[in-house]
Design a binder for this molecule. Sequence first.
Ligand code: FAD
Ligand code: NAP
Ligand code: FMN
Length: 582
Amino acid sequence: MPAIPHIPDNAPFTPAQRAWLNGFLAGMYSRDQPTAQPPTATRNVAVLYASQTGTSERLAKKIAKELKLKGHTARVTSLESYAPTALATEQCALILASTYGEGDPPDHARLFFDQLCTDQAPRLDQLDYALLALGDSHYEHFCKFGVDLDSRLETLGAKRLCPTVTCDVDVDEPFEAWKSELLTRLSAATSAPPTPVIAPVVPTAPISLYHRKNPFLATLIDKRSLTHNISSKQTIHLSFSLDTSGLDYEAGDALAVLPSNDPCLVSDILEHAQLSGSEPLALPNSDRQTLAEALTHRLQITRLSRKLIEAFARAGACTTLLSLLKPEQQSHLDQYMHDRGLIDLILEHPGVVTSAQQLVDLLPQLAPRLYSISSSPRSHAGEVHATVAVVRYRSHNRERGGVCSTLFADRTAIGEKLPIYIQHNKKFRLPLDSATPIIMIGPGTGIAPFRAFLHERRATSATGRNWLFFGERSAETDFLYREELEQMTASGLLTRLDTAFSRDQAHKIYVQDRMIEQGAELFRWLEQGATLYVCGDATYMAKDVDAALHRILEQHGSLSPEAARDFVSNLHDSNRYQRDVY
Ligand SMILES: Cc1cc2nc3c(=O)[nH]c(=O)nc-3n(C[C@H](O)[C@H](O)[C@H](O)COP(=O)(O)OP(=O)(O)OC[C@H]3O[C@@H](n4cnc5c(N)ncnc54)[C@H](O)[C@@H]3O)c2cc1C
Ligand SMILES: NC(=O)c1ccc[n+]([C@@H]2O[C@H](COP(=O)([O-])OP(=O)(O)OC[C@H]3O[C@@H](n4cnc5c(N)ncnc54)[C@H](OP(=O)(O)O)[C@@H]3O)[C@@H](O)[C@H]2O)c1
Ligand SMILES: Cc1cc2nc3c(=O)[nH]c(=O)nc-3n(C[C@H](O)[C@H](O)[C@H](O)COP(=O)(O)O)c2cc1C
């Protein structure tokens, strides 16, 4: 057996990175050995995923690798390029499904799920399956797509290999539990004779050293306001140095940041819960921490969820909260949760929190925040930029702030470091053919990836035409990147720039109004093969822009509503309608 390479202590890595690399190398080298335990049974497994920002794709690849090491055959496929009829030919499928929108599939899995839900969907009596549903319980429809898919598969006759597991933000632990249960059941469920296999050498895709569990500490090298100080909102531009990290990204990717809470809010919570903060805790997968450290760096304290309110209400037998949890009270519960946080529960129900550990057990993990990257690696080498709307509001007699956006705005100075990693987004990319025209709809911070696209197209001398629709409240105070965009227009890089300043006149004007005004030209660009991109608010803007697109197709393409729907579906399917909405 060849010696396992070892990263020496003086190599330019942090201890955590060195330990990770040494573990990785040890794993790889021991895998190469033909002495690996032969598996007892093998299966041909389709590993399917429905992902938007890459988490379920990453887990799908991880489980496929382990299946192969156990001698099974595993093929990883996105549901984007998979049809229910193909599922009818599988014996065994593992599905990792993330939820978006209002409990919907990710954009790319929409067609698969729509087809699976029709009367023409095939019976799946031959299929054994296991499902991991990814989501975030702060959303009203927690893991709904995964749950709906699970029940549809069952209706069509497929049999569950192991119980469906839901992951709430922190995916790694439930994934490991699901995987180990599944691998046990998979081996047990097959009657195929053991195949004498040598554990295959798995070709390794380049794996980033930096991820959620091992973020890179990036130095903030620039921070400036993009809005005027008399504006009704605050949007800031940030640049981080990637230094010698080796982190790379493409225009269209997102920057993930592991935020920390405002220490003043943590102090308030501790004071009202009558805890000191110095109480030691044992948290899973972490060194010992004090309560104050956990509340600052690891736990979500600013948002409420049904799960948290339920646990809190039960712990304190709070009758008002318990009655809010009744199904018929959902709208009142939503209203209650909308602008309150943990501090409000503690103030309104004193005495419920009795110990540090009880408080910690109630709270979910603090999730990373994503920001569409607004730089191009070719134009801004060694840097990554973000464009951030700072969340501030007042409710229940308290000034409140978004955790991460106020961390950037108020609690991080130039020269300080924040933990980051890159969240790749292969579904939001410039066209491969650089001559393809692009139409970008990006109001507010939705401008971010389009600044990246434009810099990228300039750096690569792309010949395709570029059309940007930008919207904000007021031209005087909120015209983000005004000089840059005007310079790009003057240089001809931006073929067209259409702006919609919503509050500069008596009635609101939005980007979709400008699209409709320019409908004939927009339709011509689409006919000429343009790719259409939308970025920004998902709740209202993206839906209204979608409706405007249908209207333009009907009006200027003389299409019926059904034909316009098909046109848009085709745009989606051919990656000519890409959305990065939040
Ligand atoms: C793929 C992706 C890309 C993104 N790109 C960007 C980007 O480029 N730029 C950007 O700024 N953001 C972007 N976001 C959003 C970003 O990730 C954060 O969600 C955002 O910055 C808020 O995070 P926060 O920690 O500051 O606020 P949080 O602590 O998460 O608080 C936000 C919450 O505060 C509450 N809230 C906010 N306003 C009010 C109000 N007026 N009244 C009551 N409650 C309120 C709401 O519950 C809201 O969900 C992106 C998100 C995704 C998923
Ligand atoms: N709490 C806060 O202080 C705060 C502030 C800003 C943003 N946010 C949130 O942060 C997210 C991103 O905000 P952002 O700064 O990128 O910008 P944004 O809030 O999405 O606003 C950008 C522009 O889009 C307009 N707009 C509003 N509704 C629209 C619709 N249905 N269709 C098209 N355009 C519409 C806005 O107009 P009008 O605003 O004039 O309607 C504004 O001109 C949003 O989800 C928003 O809810 C919170
Ligand atoms: C814009 C947006 C909408 C979301 N909507 C939901 C939702 O309705 N229900 C839910 O459980 N999770 C929701 N989530 C959380 C994602 O499902 C979760 O972060 C998941 O891990 C993402 O997986 P992916 O990286 O594979 O796309 C949403 C996330 C985003 C960014």
